[in-house]
Design a protein around this ligand. Structure first.
Ligand code: BMA
Length: 888
């Protein structure tokens, strides 16, 4: 017998509304089967009567159709009462929504059978954020945390026929500001509102458990949502129900996996529950079956039964093995129709965050199933300002792009929200490791008992929900909270104004929260995954961002001192979890939010979609482009050059980090994705379009890399292999002029050790050039396996703006194939950073942003619905020499 693996897994209660449930509640005798009624219909929303905005927005003072799960802002957009804040300069016009109080209502019928149940519970999987819930006029719940699940007994207030459910949502800004103004001081936050609704330095976001980025970030707008953002349902049962199924991994080695199959049970009295536990292997084959009793007592509790799998197949990160997963099935009952059946998918793997003392200090390395893995990836920001409109297809496309670019890790950064189960299930399937921050983005948190208790419950909810995903390899307490306390100007200014004892209390509060409360949540609910208190840190709350110990955020390039990108080569941390450069998105994306143009870097609409330094980021971007590439000849050239600059800079850093293995064991650049169309650090824009960096990432994160890093007049050549077996190969150096004439060639045999970086050569410019013109000569380094180049990198001896780059003629040929098209590119002279596009047509390219050498054509696969004629007509090829304004 085989069963197909289900597509998702269980959570505490079956998730509904498209979030498929693998927890199957079978029809037992009608009175014993727990039931769930989804309340997603007939919702309406309006301003709370008496809200001061009624006069200004009279239409919102009437009931409007609402979507649950959803947000007020998206309801108003659907009703035509709010303009799309992602277009033009509309962001300002939607601010009033988050400054108002709203009320949602629906009516639902309850049948007599449900009413007769011993238990009826109303469950809100997520409320955003300050919410007051009433059922038939009786107040049931006050909620104050977007990240928690709220379940309350509804039994006393339910009646037969129509029931009215009302949810009032209070503006978190309006609720907290008056209180905050009365406090002796405000805790330092993140980004001040650009709209004047909160005074500078007086940010209420610190004091509420709500996604921090919605208050505005340096890559996204301020849209303070309110709404019922997760499903609502009414659960009813008698005597007993199973509320969750987990599989804890107690021990794992090549011989055996010892698991504990656990049920979360609500029982009215003690009972013995006969059960059949079956385990199915990665191919659906049965591998273990066991009959056992779960002994339950009265109340809510967890019961477990041990199960062993012999010779388990383990889950591996992509590139290191298969993503094998097992399905555990639990059936309760004594042979007849089961009273309950639940399925849970698990991946078996060990994870260690290796922190050994070594000659560079103390390591920071992920070791999965005993294999030390260099983490290659990026930071993930939230997918949208409105979490409820993110569908699985969007998340999948982003994850697939990451995997396609040879990434193996993403960091779910702490200023957003905990992502849905489907996200982690996809990461499991794709073998992408997830570094999971708790949701603390940088603001200094309060420390009062109620706040801490609220966070404790949030952490328990979330860690328990996500605990069985093999993709999660780290839980991290916060992003930059404790490090900022020690180094940011506003924090230091506050500390100078406070008594030392008060400073110590604030610091101790953070120590307690990140050193104990969150750590405990992980130890209790996901004990086989390591915990790290803060990024960046050395594992405690002391000085962070040191090169010898812990993870490192490097921002001297771009922000801070705006150092040139070569400064990336001056730092070799143990794990670089953030560093980044901005670029403009594709012109099509710009057109979609900014209209027809013409534009310049400081056009008001482009400044409105640039959040770094209040819109001044575009100047910084131009400065970086000018510094290395000279004056762009027009705006499209600036867009193109900004992407080349970003890709070149990040490639330099990533290659340096990989070459520094094992001193460095990770590179996560900032940032993978965008949540709106803007000018940001992303490598994929909000339409899913790849920037040059995303294509380059595929090369600099490829399993085999030749890193040729030129710094201060010398080039160091390292060969990097992520393979787990030795590689016999050859490396080659060719020195060429721009017309393709080889002036010199060297070939060397080499054997690369598994999981290694090997420095094979170091040349001064004089040695490499041997008298050739540095402005018209370049070096090509290649790694060759079985006669074929598998990795390549070019070294130039001057900044691009100072090179005598030729105006190359790139010949193109587009030929239909059974699956799409092949595009062949050939050139008569060196063409750098060749970028192929098809105007307004959608087309996916197997590669882009590539250097073309004369005599070495490149063939790209193109997938598009457009016809060959249309594609040929729209085809555009740009290269560096043509985009730089200064003639060569
Ligand atoms: C980092 C992040 C974010 C921010 C990014 C770019 O340090 O943690 O707070 O968006 O820098 O400035």
């Amino acid at each position: 017998m085989t069963i197909p693996p289900p597509s998702t897994r269980t959570r505490k209660t079956p998730r509904l509304a498209g979030i498929a449930a693998a927890l199957v509640l079978l029809a037992g005798p009608a009175r014993t089967a727990p039931a769930t009624q989804l309340l997603d219909q007939d919702w309406q929303v309006r301003l709370v009567p008496g809200d001061p905005r009624e006069a200004e927005h009279p239409q919102a003072a009437h009931w409007l159709a609402a979507t649950v799960p959803g947000a007020v802002q998206t309801d108003l957009m659907a009703a035509g009462l709010a303009a799309d804040p992602f277009v033009g300069r509309n962001e300002a016009a939607i601010q009033w929504v988050g400054l108002s109080d709203w009320v949602y209502r629906t009516r639902f019928d309850v049948d007599p059978a449900t009413l007769a149940r011993q238990h009826a519970e109303l469950v809100f999987e997520g409320l955003d954020t300050f919410a007051e819930v009433s059922l038939n006029g009786h107040k049931l719940l006050d909620a104050d945390n977007m990240f928690r699940r709220w379940a309350v007994s509804a039994k006393p207030w339910l009646h037969a026929g129509a029931n009215t459910l009302e949810v009032r949502l209070y503006s978190p800004i309006k609720r907290l500001q008056p209180w905050l103004k009365r406090q002796p001081y405000a805790l330092p936050g993140e980004f001040d509102s650009a709209f004047g609704d909160e005074p500078k330095g007086l940010q209420s976001a610190n004091y509420v458990r709500k996604a921090a980025y919605q208050y505005g970030w340096d890559w996204g707008p301020r849209i303070v949502t309110e709404g019922i953002w997760q499903p609502v349902h009414l659960d009813s049962w008698d005597r007993l129900r199973v509320a969750g199924l987990h599989v804890a991994q107690k021990h794992l080695d090549a011989q055996a996996a010892r698991l504990d199959v656990q049920l979360d049970v609500d029982a009215d009295r003690e009972a013995t529950l006969p059960a059949e536990i079956s385990v199915f292997g990665p191919d659906g084959e049965p591998v273990a079956r066991q009959v056992a009793d779960f002994e339950v007592v009265a109340g809510h509790h967890r019961v477990g039964v041990p199960v062993t799998i012999a010779h388990p197949r383990r889950w591996y990160p992509v590139g290191y093995g298969a993503q094998d997963m097992y399905t555990v099935r639990v059936r309760l009952g004594d042979g007849g129709t089961p009273l309950y059946e639940g399925l849970r998918q698990v991946g078996l793997r060990t994870v260690e965050l290796r922190r050994d003392k070594d000659r560079w200090g103390r390591s920071f390395a992920f070791v999965v199933n005993g294999v030390p893995i260099f983490a290659k990836g990026a930071n993930l920001i939230p997918f949208d300002s409105f979490p409820t409109r993110v569908d699985n297809a969007r998340m999948r496309r982003t994850l697939e792009s990451a995997r396609a670019a040879n990434m193996n890790m993403l960091r779910v950064w702490g200023g957003g929200y905990y992502l849905p189960d489907a996200f982690y299930a996809m990461a499991d399937r794709m073998g992408l490791m997830i570094w999971q921050d708790f949701m603390f983005g940088g603001a200094i948190p309060p420390r009062d008992a109620a706040f801490v208790a609220n966070v404790r419950q949030e952490a328990a909810d979330q860690v328990e929900r996500l605990s069985d995903h093999p993709s999660i390899v780290l839980w991290c307490g916060n992003n930059e909270v404790q490090s900022s306390w020690l180094s940011w100007g506003d924090r230091k200014a506050l500390q100078a104004s406070l008594a030392p004892a008060e400073n110590e209390r604030i610091r101790q509060g953070m120590r307690d929260l990140f050193g104990e409360v969150l750590r405990d949540a992980v130890v209790q609910n996901d004990p086989d995954v390591p915990y790290w208190p803060s990024s960046p840190s050395r594992g405690g709350d002391g000085f962070a961002n040191s090169l010898d110990d812990g993870d490192y955020h490097y921002w001297d390039v771009w922000s801070g001192q705006a150092k040139p990108t070569t400064a990336y080569l001056d730092v070799t941390p143990r794990f670089q979890s953030e560093y980044g450069l901005q670029s403009f998105p594709d012109l099509r994306t710009i057109r979609a939010f900014a209209g027809a143009g013409p534009w310049q870097a400081d056009s008001p609409v482009l400044r409105a979609h640039q959040k770094f330094d209040g819109g001044n980021g575009n100047r910084r971007l131009l400065e970086y482009v000018r510094r290395e590439y000279g004056e762009p000849k027009n705006f499209p050239a600036l867009v193109y050059l900004s992407q080349v600059m970003q890709a070149d800079g990040i490639a330099l850093a990533a290659e340096h980090l990989r070459a520094s293995r094992p001193q460095s064991m990770g590179s996560l650049y900032w940032q993978l994705n965008d949540l709106w169309p803007g000018v940001t650090w992303s490598s994929i824009d909000s339409y899913g379009r790849w920037k040059a960096l995303q294509f380059r990432a595929r090369r600099f994160y490829a399993p085999l890399l030749v890193a040729a890093l030129r710094h201060e007049g010398s080039t160091t050549v390292s060969l990097v292999s992520d393979r787990t077996s030795p590689l016999a190969a050859r490396w080659r150096l060719r020195l060429m002029d721009f017309a393709g004439k080889v002036r010199r060639e060297e070939n060397h045999d080499v054997t690369l050790a598994p999981l290694s970086s090997t420095q094979v050569a170091r040349y001064t410019d004089a040695e490499l050039l041997d008298g050739a013109d540095p402005r018209a000569t370049f070096a090509v380094f290649e790694l060759i396996e079985d006669g074929k180049p598998v990795a390549r990198n070019l070294v130039f001896f001057a900044l691009p703006r100072d090179l005598r780059l030729p105006r190359a003629h790139v010949h193109v040929q587009l030929i239909p194939t059974p699956t799409g098209y092949t595009l062949t590119l050939a050139t008569d002279a060196l063409a750098r950073d060749v970028w192929v596009s098809f105007g307004d047509l959608d087309a996916d390219l197997s590669d882009n942003s590539l250097d073309l050498l004369p005599g070495e054509p490149a063939a790209l696969e193109v997938t598009s619905k457009a016809s060959v004629e249309a594609l040929r007509q729209a085809l555009q090829v740009q290269d560096l020499a043509h985009a730089m304004g200064t003639p060569p």
